[in-house]
Design a binder for this molecule. Structure first.
Ligand code: NI
Length: 133
């Protein structure tokens, strides 16, 4: 990783932007990658039937590998693009604001914001469901 500079997911932070510019000027910045931080999950509502979680991702942020114990619906709050790492293979999915999708319990994956802007979606887990084997 020599010569690589990790860039904050918050490019509007002036101190980080100016330190990056300084590194570009003196040639020490050879490659810029987005930081793979964890997405921020906020449980907004939970009862015996549902758990509703807001997920916020800066560019490059990931959920971390997880398995879905319940059927769930995702409602994108903004347009964006996700990279999905599932069973060792990578795919991309374009999300459209307000356009939901449904998946069954048993999905196991890591989810990364592959777009250049913040990604936000709301996940609704249906706790009365379980993986059918
Ligand atoms: Ni997931």
């Amino acid at each position: 990783m020599h010569g690589e500079t990790r860039m904050s997911a918050y490019p509007d932070d002036p101190s980080i932007a100016s330190s990056l510019l300084a590194k570009m000027a003196d040639g020490s910045l050879t490659r810029t990658v987005m930081t793979n931080k964890r997405a921020v999950a906020t449980v907004q509502l939970e009862n015996e039937h549902v758990r509703v979680t807001e997920w916020r991702f800066a560019p490059g942020d990931a959920t971390g590998h997880h398995r879905h114990a319940h059927d769930y619906v995702v409602v994108p709050v903004v347009d964006g693009e996700l990279e999905l790492i599932e069973s060792g293979s990578r795919s991309r999915s374009r999300l459209q604001r307000g356009k939901p999708y449904f998946r069954n319990a048993g999905v196991e994956h890591d989810v990364i914001n592959a777009g250049g802007a913040n990604m936000i979606f709301v996940e609704i887990e249906l706790k009365d469901t379980a993986e059918r084997r």
